[in-house]
Design a protein around this ligand. Sequence first.
Ligand SMILES: NC(=O)c1ccc[n+]([C@@H]2O[C@H](COP(=O)([O-])OP(=O)(O)OC[C@H]3O[C@@H](n4cnc5c(N)ncnc54)[C@H](O)[C@@H]3O)[C@@H](O)[C@H]2O)c1
Length: 480
Amino acid sequence: MPPSTLTQNIKIQSNGDNRREVSRSMSMSTSPHETFHQRTVSSTEGTSPILTRTKTGAIPKQLKPFREQDIKILLLENVNQTGREILTGQGYQVEFMKSSLPEDQLIEKIKDVHVIGIRSKTKLTARVLSAAKNLIVIGCFCIGTNQVDLKYAAEHGICVFNSPFSNSRSVAELIIGEIIVLARQLGDRNSELHRGTWNKVSAKCWEIRGKTLGIIGYGHIGSQLSVLAESMGMDVIYYDVVNLMGMGNARQVSSLEQLLSTADFVTCHVPELPETMNLISAKELETMKQGSYLINASRGSVIDIPALIDAMRSGKVAGAALDVYPAEPAGNGDYFNNELNTWAEDLRSLKNLVLTPHIGGSTEEAQSAIGVEVAESLVRYVNEGVTVGAVNMPEVTLRSLTMDEPNHARVIFIHQNVPGVLRRVNAVLGDHNVDKQMTDSRGDVAYLMADISNVTETEIAELYRELESLKEKVVIRILY
Ligand SMILES: NC(=O)c1ccc[n+]([C@@H]2O[C@H](COP(=O)([O-])OP(=O)(O)OC[C@H]3O[C@@H](n4cnc5c(N)ncnc54)[C@H](O)[C@@H]3O)[C@@H](O)[C@H]2O)c1
Protein backbone atom coordinates (compact mmCIF):
# COMPACT_ATOMS: atom_id res chain seq x y z
CA MET A 1 0.00 0.00 0.00
CA PRO A 2 1.62 3.33 -0.96
CA PRO A 3 2.30 5.83 1.81
CA SER A 4 -0.16 8.34 0.40
CA THR A 5 -3.20 6.29 1.39
CA LEU A 6 -1.88 5.91 4.88
CA THR A 7 -1.18 9.53 5.52
CA GLN A 8 -4.37 11.09 4.20
CA ASN A 9 -7.11 12.46 6.41
CA ILE A 10 -6.08 11.20 9.78
CA LYS A 11 -7.66 13.97 11.83
CA ILE A 12 -10.41 12.94 14.22
CA GLN A 13 -13.35 15.25 14.81
CA SER A 14 -15.74 15.06 17.69
CA ASN A 15 -19.29 15.81 16.57
CA GLY A 16 -21.93 17.40 18.74
CA ASP A 17 -23.70 14.06 19.02
CA ASN A 18 -20.54 12.44 20.37
CA ARG A 19 -20.11 10.44 17.21
CA ARG A 20 -16.50 10.55 16.16
CA GLU A 21 -15.64 10.49 12.52
CA VAL A 22 -12.45 9.62 10.77
CA SER A 23 -11.36 9.51 7.21
CA ARG A 24 -12.43 6.72 4.93
CA SER A 25 -8.82 5.64 4.85
CA MET A 26 -8.02 2.48 6.80
CA SER A 27 -5.11 4.15 8.47
CA MET A 28 -6.94 5.53 11.48
CA SER A 29 -9.85 4.29 13.41
CA THR A 30 -12.72 5.15 15.63
CA SER A 31 -14.79 3.12 17.99
CA PRO A 32 -18.29 2.34 16.84
CA HIS A 33 -20.96 4.80 17.86
CA GLU A 34 -23.39 4.12 20.67
CA THR A 35 -26.19 2.49 18.69
CA PHE A 36 -23.76 0.23 16.94
CA HIS A 37 -22.47 -0.99 20.29
CA GLN A 38 -25.97 -1.70 21.45
CA ARG A 39 -26.68 -3.76 18.36
CA THR A 40 -23.45 -5.66 18.80
CA VAL A 41 -24.11 -6.44 22.42
CA SER A 42 -27.52 -7.89 21.74
CA SER A 43 -26.19 -9.98 18.88
CA THR A 44 -23.47 -11.24 21.21
CA GLU A 45 -26.13 -12.57 23.48
CA GLY A 46 -28.10 -13.89 20.57
CA THR A 47 -26.75 -15.68 17.58
CA SER A 48 -23.50 -13.96 16.59
CA PRO A 49 -20.94 -16.71 16.13
CA ILE A 50 -18.08 -14.24 16.18
CA LEU A 51 -18.41 -12.31 19.40
CA THR A 52 -18.61 -14.29 22.61
CA ARG A 53 -18.07 -13.23 26.18
CA THR A 54 -14.51 -13.34 27.42
CA LYS A 55 -13.47 -15.85 30.08
CA THR A 56 -14.17 -13.27 32.78
CA GLY A 57 -17.70 -12.73 31.47
CA ALA A 58 -16.93 -9.23 30.14
CA ILE A 59 -18.51 -8.27 26.85
CA PRO A 60 -15.88 -7.98 24.09
CA LYS A 61 -15.68 -4.55 22.57
CA GLN A 62 -16.01 -4.68 18.84
CA LEU A 63 -13.22 -2.50 17.58
CA LYS A 64 -13.88 -0.61 14.40
CA PRO A 65 -11.39 1.17 12.22
CA PHE A 66 -14.22 3.09 10.55
CA ARG A 67 -17.85 3.89 10.66
CA GLU A 68 -19.39 0.55 9.78
CA GLN A 69 -20.91 1.75 6.54
CA ASP A 70 -17.51 2.95 5.35
CA ILE A 71 -15.98 -0.47 4.92
CA LYS A 72 -16.42 -1.63 1.35
CA ILE A 73 -16.43 -5.28 0.44
CA LEU A 74 -16.53 -6.79 -3.03
CA LEU A 75 -17.64 -10.41 -3.18
CA LEU A 76 -17.15 -12.19 -6.51
CA GLU A 77 -17.90 -15.69 -7.83
CA ASN A 78 -21.16 -16.30 -5.99
CA VAL A 79 -19.65 -16.54 -2.51
CA ASN A 80 -21.93 -18.64 -0.30
CA GLN A 81 -24.86 -16.92 1.36
CA THR A 82 -23.58 -17.85 4.84
CA GLY A 83 -20.52 -15.66 4.26
CA ARG A 84 -22.54 -12.81 2.73
CA GLU A 85 -24.88 -12.73 5.70
CA ILE A 86 -22.05 -12.52 8.23
CA LEU A 87 -20.46 -9.61 6.38
CA THR A 88 -23.66 -7.65 5.76
CA GLY A 89 -24.65 -8.38 9.39
CA GLN A 90 -21.60 -6.39 10.46
CA GLY A 91 -22.99 -3.32 8.71
CA TYR A 92 -20.34 -3.26 5.99
CA GLN A 93 -21.16 -2.14 2.44
CA VAL A 94 -21.16 -5.42 0.54
CA GLU A 95 -21.30 -5.61 -3.25
CA PHE A 96 -22.03 -9.12 -4.46
CA MET A 97 -21.46 -10.52 -7.95
CA LYS A 98 -22.19 -14.02 -9.22
CA SER A 99 -19.23 -14.29 -11.58
CA SER A 100 -15.55 -13.37 -11.64
CA LEU A 101 -14.44 -10.25 -13.54
CA PRO A 102 -12.07 -9.78 -16.49
CA GLU A 103 -8.79 -8.27 -15.31
CA ASP A 104 -9.44 -4.69 -16.48
CA GLN A 105 -12.85 -4.55 -14.81
CA LEU A 106 -11.38 -6.12 -11.69
CA ILE A 107 -8.68 -3.45 -11.55
CA GLU A 108 -11.36 -0.76 -11.78
CA LYS A 109 -13.54 -2.38 -9.08
CA ILE A 110 -10.77 -3.26 -6.63
CA LYS A 111 -9.49 0.33 -6.49
CA ASP A 112 -11.51 1.45 -3.51
CA VAL A 113 -12.52 -1.71 -1.65
CA HIS A 114 -11.08 -2.65 1.72
CA VAL A 115 -11.92 -6.34 1.46
CA ILE A 116 -12.33 -8.67 -1.49
CA GLY A 117 -13.84 -12.14 -1.38
CA ILE A 118 -13.12 -14.53 -4.24
CA ARG A 119 -13.14 -18.22 -5.13
CA SER A 120 -10.74 -19.99 -7.45
CA LYS A 121 -11.38 -18.20 -10.78
CA THR A 122 -10.42 -14.64 -9.85
CA LYS A 123 -6.71 -14.06 -10.33
CA LEU A 124 -5.32 -11.52 -7.88
CA THR A 125 -1.98 -10.88 -9.57
CA ALA A 126 0.56 -8.25 -8.56
CA ARG A 127 -0.83 -6.07 -11.36
CA VAL A 128 -4.36 -6.26 -9.98
CA LEU A 129 -3.27 -5.85 -6.36
CA SER A 130 -1.14 -2.81 -7.17
CA ALA A 131 -4.38 -1.02 -8.10
CA ALA A 132 -6.00 -1.92 -4.77
CA LYS A 133 -5.03 1.14 -2.79
CA ASN A 134 -7.33 0.54 0.19
CA LEU A 135 -7.26 -3.25 0.31
CA ILE A 136 -6.34 -4.73 3.69
CA VAL A 137 -7.54 -8.30 3.39
CA ILE A 138 -8.47 -10.99 0.85
CA GLY A 139 -10.85 -13.85 1.60
CA CYS A 140 -10.47 -16.93 -0.60
CA PHE A 141 -13.80 -18.71 -0.13
CA CYS A 142 -12.23 -21.99 -1.20
CA ILE A 143 -9.38 -24.32 -0.29
CA GLY A 144 -6.52 -23.21 -2.54
CA THR A 145 -4.79 -19.83 -2.69
CA ASN A 146 -2.73 -20.27 -5.90
CA GLN A 147 -4.89 -17.65 -7.58
CA VAL A 148 -3.45 -14.93 -5.33
CA ASP A 149 0.06 -13.49 -5.47
CA LEU A 150 0.59 -14.21 -1.77
CA LYS A 151 4.09 -12.75 -1.61
CA TYR A 152 3.08 -9.45 -3.18
CA ALA A 153 0.07 -9.30 -0.88
CA ALA A 154 2.18 -9.91 2.25
CA GLU A 155 4.78 -7.36 1.24
CA HIS A 156 2.04 -4.79 0.90
CA GLY A 157 0.40 -5.65 4.21
CA ILE A 158 -2.61 -7.41 2.65
CA CYS A 159 -3.60 -10.45 4.67
CA VAL A 160 -5.05 -13.54 2.92
CA PHE A 161 -7.42 -16.10 4.45
CA ASN A 162 -8.88 -19.34 3.09
CA SER A 163 -10.71 -22.35 4.44
CA PRO A 164 -8.55 -25.45 4.09
CA PHE A 165 -10.49 -27.89 6.26
CA SER A 166 -14.20 -27.08 5.93
CA ASN A 167 -14.75 -29.93 3.51
CA SER A 168 -12.96 -32.74 5.39
CA ARG A 169 -16.18 -34.49 6.32
CA SER A 170 -17.44 -34.36 2.71
CA VAL A 171 -14.26 -36.08 1.48
CA ALA A 172 -14.43 -38.71 4.24
CA GLU A 173 -18.03 -39.55 3.32
CA LEU A 174 -17.11 -39.89 -0.36
CA ILE A 175 -14.42 -42.40 0.57
CA ILE A 176 -16.89 -44.47 2.61
CA GLY A 177 -19.20 -44.55 -0.41
CA GLU A 178 -16.36 -45.58 -2.68
CA ILE A 179 -15.23 -48.42 -0.41
CA ILE A 180 -18.67 -50.03 -0.73
CA VAL A 181 -18.95 -49.22 -4.43
CA LEU A 182 -15.60 -50.94 -5.12
CA ALA A 183 -16.28 -53.93 -2.83
CA ARG A 184 -19.57 -54.60 -4.65
CA GLN A 185 -18.43 -53.56 -8.17
CA LEU A 186 -21.34 -51.13 -8.25
CA GLY A 187 -19.81 -48.90 -10.91
CA ASP A 188 -19.66 -51.76 -13.40
CA ARG A 189 -23.13 -53.18 -12.54
CA ASN A 190 -24.59 -49.68 -12.86
CA SER A 191 -23.11 -48.96 -16.28
CA GLU A 192 -23.98 -52.47 -17.55
CA LEU A 193 -27.62 -52.07 -16.64
CA HIS A 194 -27.67 -48.55 -18.11
CA ARG A 195 -26.61 -50.23 -21.35
CA GLY A 196 -29.41 -52.82 -20.91
CA THR A 197 -27.26 -55.73 -19.62
CA TRP A 198 -28.52 -57.78 -16.62
CA ASN A 199 -25.41 -59.23 -14.94
CA LYS A 200 -26.22 -60.66 -11.49
CA VAL A 201 -22.90 -61.78 -9.90
CA SER A 202 -21.60 -62.40 -6.40
CA ALA A 203 -18.09 -63.65 -7.21
CA LYS A 204 -15.44 -61.26 -5.83
CA CYS A 205 -18.12 -59.04 -4.28
CA TRP A 206 -17.62 -58.46 -0.57
CA GLU A 207 -19.05 -56.96 2.58
CA ILE A 208 -16.78 -54.33 4.07
CA ARG A 209 -17.45 -55.54 7.65
CA GLY A 210 -14.27 -56.99 9.17
CA LYS A 211 -12.04 -55.77 6.33
CA THR A 212 -8.98 -53.64 7.06
CA LEU A 213 -8.84 -50.04 5.91
CA GLY A 214 -5.33 -48.57 5.64
CA ILE A 215 -5.27 -44.76 5.78
CA ILE A 216 -2.12 -43.00 4.58
CA GLY A 217 -2.07 -39.53 6.18
CA TYR A 218 -4.10 -39.28 9.38
CA GLY A 219 -4.93 -35.56 9.31
CA HIS A 220 -8.28 -33.80 9.09
CA ILE A 221 -9.73 -36.15 6.47
CA GLY A 222 -7.93 -39.35 7.45
CA SER A 223 -9.06 -39.14 11.08
CA GLN A 224 -12.70 -38.35 10.17
CA LEU A 225 -12.69 -41.29 7.81
CA SER A 226 -11.26 -43.50 10.54
CA VAL A 227 -14.31 -42.89 12.76
CA LEU A 228 -16.81 -43.49 9.96
CA ALA A 229 -15.08 -46.66 8.76
CA GLU A 230 -14.99 -48.19 12.26
CA SER A 231 -18.68 -47.53 12.69
CA MET A 232 -19.23 -49.57 9.50
CA GLY A 233 -17.39 -52.51 11.07
CA MET A 234 -13.97 -52.05 9.48
CA ASP A 235 -10.61 -52.43 11.24
CA VAL A 236 -8.59 -49.26 10.75
CA ILE A 237 -4.83 -48.90 10.58
CA TYR A 238 -3.00 -45.76 9.52
CA TYR A 239 0.44 -44.56 8.56
CA ASP A 240 1.56 -40.97 9.13
CA VAL A 241 4.95 -39.28 9.34
CA VAL A 242 3.82 -37.81 12.67
CA ASN A 243 2.96 -39.91 15.75
CA LEU A 244 -0.75 -39.40 16.27
CA MET A 245 -3.32 -40.74 18.73
CA GLY A 246 -5.77 -42.97 16.88
CA MET A 247 -9.52 -42.36 17.02
CA GLY A 248 -11.49 -45.23 18.56
CA ASN A 249 -9.61 -48.49 18.01
CA ALA A 250 -7.59 -47.31 15.01
CA ARG A 251 -3.90 -48.27 15.22
CA GLN A 252 -0.90 -46.45 13.81
CA VAL A 253 1.57 -48.67 11.96
CA SER A 254 5.24 -47.86 11.77
CA SER A 255 5.86 -48.11 8.04
CA LEU A 256 4.10 -47.65 4.74
CA GLU A 257 5.07 -51.21 3.78
CA GLN A 258 3.32 -52.58 6.87
CA LEU A 259 0.16 -50.71 5.97
CA LEU A 260 0.24 -51.77 2.32
CA SER A 261 0.81 -55.43 3.12
CA THR A 262 -1.99 -55.53 5.74
CA ALA A 263 -4.85 -53.45 4.35
CA ASP A 264 -7.68 -54.67 2.11
CA PHE A 265 -8.47 -51.06 1.18
CA VAL A 266 -5.74 -48.41 0.95
CA THR A 267 -6.68 -44.73 0.83
CA CYS A 268 -4.37 -41.70 0.50
CA HIS A 269 -4.92 -38.46 2.45
CA VAL A 270 -1.52 -36.76 2.36
CA PRO A 271 -0.59 -33.25 1.18
CA GLU A 272 1.22 -32.61 -2.08
CA LEU A 273 4.89 -32.51 -1.16
CA PRO A 274 8.12 -33.62 -2.87
CA GLU A 275 8.06 -36.66 -0.50
CA THR A 276 4.50 -37.62 -1.47
CA MET A 277 5.15 -37.46 -5.23
CA ASN A 278 4.40 -40.97 -6.60
CA LEU A 279 4.10 -42.20 -3.01
CA ILE A 280 2.27 -45.20 -4.47
CA SER A 281 4.21 -46.47 -7.46
CA ALA A 282 5.05 -49.94 -8.91
CA LYS A 283 7.00 -51.09 -5.82
CA GLU A 284 4.26 -50.08 -3.38
CA LEU A 285 1.54 -51.60 -5.58
CA GLU A 286 3.52 -54.82 -5.55
CA THR A 287 3.58 -54.71 -1.72
CA MET A 288 -0.22 -54.45 -1.55
CA LYS A 289 -2.33 -57.57 -0.92
CA GLN A 290 -3.53 -59.52 -3.94
CA GLY A 291 -7.02 -58.30 -4.89
CA SER A 292 -6.93 -55.22 -2.67
CA TYR A 293 -8.34 -51.79 -3.51
CA LEU A 294 -6.74 -48.34 -3.84
CA ILE A 295 -8.38 -44.93 -3.39
CA ASN A 296 -6.95 -41.46 -3.93
CA ALA A 297 -8.82 -38.23 -3.21
CA SER A 298 -5.76 -36.29 -2.01
CA ARG A 299 -3.61 -34.88 -4.82
CA GLY A 300 -3.06 -36.17 -8.34
CA SER A 301 0.71 -36.46 -7.96
CA VAL A 302 0.47 -39.00 -5.11
CA ILE A 303 -0.24 -42.05 -7.27
CA ASP A 304 1.78 -43.17 -10.27
CA ILE A 305 -1.20 -43.79 -12.53
CA PRO A 306 0.53 -45.79 -15.31
CA ALA A 307 1.77 -48.16 -12.57
CA LEU A 308 -1.78 -48.43 -11.23
CA ILE A 309 -3.07 -49.25 -14.73
CA ASP A 310 -0.56 -52.15 -14.89
CA ALA A 311 -1.52 -53.36 -11.40
CA MET A 312 -5.22 -53.35 -12.29
CA ARG A 313 -4.66 -55.13 -15.59
CA SER A 314 -2.73 -57.87 -13.79
CA GLY A 315 -5.47 -58.26 -11.17
CA LYS A 316 -3.17 -57.29 -8.32
CA VAL A 317 -5.45 -54.36 -7.58
CA ALA A 318 -9.12 -55.39 -7.78
CA GLY A 319 -10.53 -51.90 -7.97
CA ALA A 320 -9.65 -48.25 -7.56
CA ALA A 321 -11.29 -44.88 -7.09
CA LEU A 322 -9.60 -41.67 -8.22
CA ASP A 323 -10.87 -38.15 -7.60
CA VAL A 324 -7.68 -36.22 -8.42
CA TYR A 325 -5.23 -36.32 -11.34
CA PRO A 326 -1.81 -34.89 -12.23
CA ALA A 327 -3.47 -32.60 -14.81
CA GLU A 328 -7.05 -31.44 -14.38
CA PRO A 329 -9.05 -29.30 -16.82
CA ALA A 330 -9.82 -25.69 -15.88
CA GLY A 331 -13.54 -26.05 -16.63
CA ASN A 332 -16.24 -28.64 -17.22
CA GLY A 333 -16.43 -30.39 -20.60
CA ASP A 334 -15.12 -33.34 -22.61
CA TYR A 335 -11.52 -32.88 -21.57
CA PHE A 336 -10.59 -36.14 -19.85
CA ASN A 337 -8.54 -37.59 -22.71
CA ASN A 338 -4.96 -38.33 -23.74
CA GLU A 339 -4.28 -34.67 -24.45
CA LEU A 340 -4.83 -33.92 -20.78
CA ASN A 341 -2.94 -36.97 -19.42
CA THR A 342 -1.25 -39.36 -21.85
CA TRP A 343 -2.76 -42.45 -20.16
CA ALA A 344 -6.33 -41.13 -19.78
CA GLU A 345 -7.91 -43.45 -22.33
CA ASP A 346 -6.17 -46.57 -20.93
CA LEU A 347 -7.43 -45.58 -17.51
CA ARG A 348 -11.00 -45.08 -18.71
CA SER A 349 -11.07 -48.58 -20.19
CA LEU A 350 -10.49 -50.35 -16.85
CA LYS A 351 -13.13 -52.33 -14.94
CA ASN A 352 -14.13 -51.57 -11.35
CA LEU A 353 -12.58 -48.14 -11.49
CA VAL A 354 -14.51 -45.16 -10.14
CA LEU A 355 -13.41 -41.88 -11.71
CA THR A 356 -14.74 -38.62 -10.28
CA PRO A 357 -13.84 -35.03 -11.29
CA HIS A 358 -12.27 -33.70 -8.06
CA ILE A 359 -15.58 -33.57 -6.20
CA GLY A 360 -14.37 -34.89 -2.84
CA GLY A 361 -15.11 -31.64 -1.07
CA SER A 362 -17.91 -30.42 -3.32
CA THR A 363 -21.05 -30.41 -1.20
CA GLU A 364 -23.53 -27.75 -0.16
CA GLU A 365 -22.48 -28.27 3.46
CA ALA A 366 -18.81 -27.70 2.66
CA GLN A 367 -19.60 -24.51 0.70
CA SER A 368 -21.69 -23.25 3.57
CA ALA A 369 -18.96 -24.04 6.13
CA ILE A 370 -16.39 -22.30 3.91
CA GLY A 371 -18.63 -19.20 3.80
CA VAL A 372 -18.80 -19.05 7.58
CA GLU A 373 -15.12 -19.75 8.23
CA VAL A 374 -13.73 -17.22 5.75
CA ALA A 375 -16.26 -14.48 6.58
CA GLU A 376 -15.50 -14.86 10.29
CA SER A 377 -11.77 -14.62 9.62
CA LEU A 378 -12.38 -11.43 7.60
CA VAL A 379 -14.49 -9.86 10.35
CA ARG A 380 -11.93 -10.74 13.02
CA TYR A 381 -9.16 -9.25 10.90
CA VAL A 382 -11.00 -6.06 9.96
CA ASN A 383 -12.42 -5.43 13.42
CA GLU A 384 -9.67 -6.72 15.67
CA GLY A 385 -6.56 -7.28 13.55
CA VAL A 386 -6.40 -11.00 14.40
CA THR A 387 -4.45 -12.98 11.77
CA VAL A 388 -5.02 -16.54 13.05
CA GLY A 389 -5.48 -18.79 10.00
CA ALA A 390 -3.80 -16.34 7.58
CA VAL A 391 -1.86 -17.98 4.76
CA ASN A 392 0.67 -15.23 4.08
CA MET A 393 1.15 -13.43 7.40
CA PRO A 394 2.38 -14.46 10.82
CA GLU A 395 -0.46 -15.64 13.03
CA VAL A 396 -1.01 -13.08 15.77
CA THR A 397 -3.85 -12.64 18.23
CA LEU A 398 -4.58 -10.91 21.51
CA ARG A 399 -7.63 -11.37 23.70
CA SER A 400 -10.44 -8.97 22.80
CA LEU A 401 -10.64 -5.57 24.41
CA THR A 402 -13.85 -5.32 26.41
CA MET A 403 -16.51 -2.70 26.96
CA ASP A 404 -14.94 -2.15 30.40
CA GLU A 405 -11.84 -0.77 28.66
CA PRO A 406 -13.16 2.35 26.91
CA ASN A 407 -9.87 4.23 26.55
CA HIS A 408 -7.80 1.42 25.14
CA ALA A 409 -6.46 1.29 21.62
CA ARG A 410 -5.04 -1.54 19.59
CA VAL A 411 -1.98 -0.72 17.48
CA ILE A 412 -1.31 -2.94 14.48
CA PHE A 413 2.01 -2.37 12.84
CA ILE A 414 2.91 -4.49 9.83
CA HIS A 415 6.54 -3.95 8.99
CA GLN A 416 9.58 -5.27 7.19
CA ASN A 417 11.28 -8.01 9.16
CA VAL A 418 14.67 -6.37 9.67
CA PRO A 419 16.80 -5.93 12.79
CA GLY A 420 16.13 -2.97 15.06
CA VAL A 421 12.48 -2.24 14.18
CA LEU A 422 11.04 -3.51 17.44
CA ARG A 423 13.40 -1.33 19.43
CA ARG A 424 12.16 1.71 17.52
CA VAL A 425 8.49 0.72 17.77
CA ASN A 426 8.81 0.12 21.49
CA ALA A 427 10.47 3.50 21.88
CA VAL A 428 7.27 5.00 20.42
CA LEU A 429 4.91 2.83 22.45
CA GLY A 430 7.06 3.06 25.57
CA ASP A 431 5.55 6.40 26.65
CA HIS A 432 2.21 4.61 27.10
CA ASN A 433 0.97 1.74 29.20
CA VAL A 434 1.26 -1.32 26.94
CA ASP A 435 -1.23 -3.83 28.40
CA LYS A 436 -0.30 -6.64 26.08
CA GLN A 437 1.72 -7.09 22.95
CA MET A 438 2.48 -9.84 20.49
CA THR A 439 4.73 -9.93 17.48
CA ASP A 440 5.71 -12.58 14.99
CA SER A 441 7.32 -12.75 11.59
CA ARG A 442 6.95 -14.79 8.45
CA GLY A 443 9.60 -14.38 5.81
CA ASP A 444 10.18 -10.70 5.10
CA VAL A 445 7.10 -9.46 6.90
CA ALA A 446 6.46 -9.04 10.61
CA TYR A 447 3.21 -8.26 12.42
CA LEU A 448 3.00 -6.48 15.72
CA MET A 449 -0.16 -6.01 17.76
CA ALA A 450 -0.19 -4.05 21.00
CA ASP A 451 -3.03 -2.94 23.27
CA ILE A 452 -2.36 0.30 25.09
CA SER A 453 -4.50 1.75 27.86
CA ASN A 454 -5.59 5.22 28.92
CA VAL A 455 -4.86 6.96 25.65
CA THR A 456 -6.60 10.08 24.41
CA GLU A 457 -7.54 10.72 20.81
CA THR A 458 -4.77 13.29 20.52
CA GLU A 459 -2.23 10.77 21.78
CA ILE A 460 -3.49 8.18 19.29
CA ALA A 461 -3.03 10.61 16.41
CA GLU A 462 0.48 11.37 17.67
CA LEU A 463 1.28 7.66 18.01
CA TYR A 464 0.13 7.13 14.47
CA ARG A 465 2.37 9.87 13.13
CA GLU A 466 5.41 8.58 14.99
CA LEU A 467 4.92 5.02 13.81
CA GLU A 468 4.36 6.19 10.28
CA SER A 469 7.73 7.88 10.24
CA LEU A 470 9.51 4.53 10.72
CA LYS A 471 10.99 3.55 7.37
CA GLU A 472 10.27 -0.18 7.82
CA LYS A 473 6.51 0.44 8.10
CA VAL A 474 4.26 -1.40 5.66
CA VAL A 475 0.80 -0.73 7.14
CA ILE A 476 -0.42 0.84 10.37
CA ARG A 477 -3.90 0.50 11.77
CA ILE A 478 -5.01 1.81 15.13
CA LEU A 479 -8.32 0.40 16.32
CA TYR A 480 -10.26 1.67 19.33
N1 LIG B 1 -10.59 -34.38 -3.30
C1 LIG B 1 -10.89 -33.23 -2.76
O1 LIG B 1 -11.83 -32.57 -3.17
C2 LIG B 1 -10.10 -32.76 -1.58
C3 LIG B 1 -10.71 -31.93 -0.64
C4 LIG B 1 -9.98 -31.54 0.48
C5 LIG B 1 -8.66 -31.92 0.61
N2 LIG B 1 -8.07 -32.69 -0.34
C6 LIG B 1 -6.68 -33.13 -0.20
O2 LIG B 1 -6.63 -34.17 0.78
C7 LIG B 1 -5.33 -34.23 1.36
C8 LIG B 1 -5.43 -34.37 2.87
O3 LIG B 1 -6.13 -33.26 3.39
P1 LIG B 1 -6.24 -33.03 4.98
O4 LIG B 1 -7.12 -31.86 5.15
O5 LIG B 1 -6.58 -34.28 5.68
O6 LIG B 1 -4.73 -32.66 5.27
P2 LIG B 1 -4.02 -32.58 6.70
O7 LIG B 1 -2.89 -31.64 6.54
O8 LIG B 1 -5.00 -32.36 7.78
O9 LIG B 1 -3.44 -34.08 6.88
C9 LIG B 1 -2.40 -34.61 6.11
C10 LIG B 1 -1.69 -35.67 6.94
O10 LIG B 1 -0.72 -36.30 6.09
C11 LIG B 1 0.44 -36.53 6.87
N3 LIG B 1 1.60 -36.71 5.99
C12 LIG B 1 2.35 -35.76 5.38
N4 LIG B 1 3.31 -36.34 4.62
C13 LIG B 1 3.14 -37.67 4.76
C14 LIG B 1 3.82 -38.80 4.23
N5 LIG B 1 4.86 -38.67 3.39
N6 LIG B 1 3.40 -40.03 4.60
C15 LIG B 1 2.36 -40.19 5.46
N7 LIG B 1 1.68 -39.15 5.99
C16 LIG B 1 2.06 -37.92 5.64
C17 LIG B 1 0.53 -35.32 7.77
O11 LIG B 1 1.35 -35.55 8.89
C18 LIG B 1 -0.94 -35.11 8.13
O12 LIG B 1 -1.29 -35.80 9.30
C19 LIG B 1 -4.62 -32.97 0.89
O13 LIG B 1 -3.76 -33.31 -0.16
C20 LIG B 1 -5.73 -32.10 0.35
O14 LIG B 1 -5.26 -31.25 -0.69
C21 LIG B 1 -8.77 -33.14 -1.43
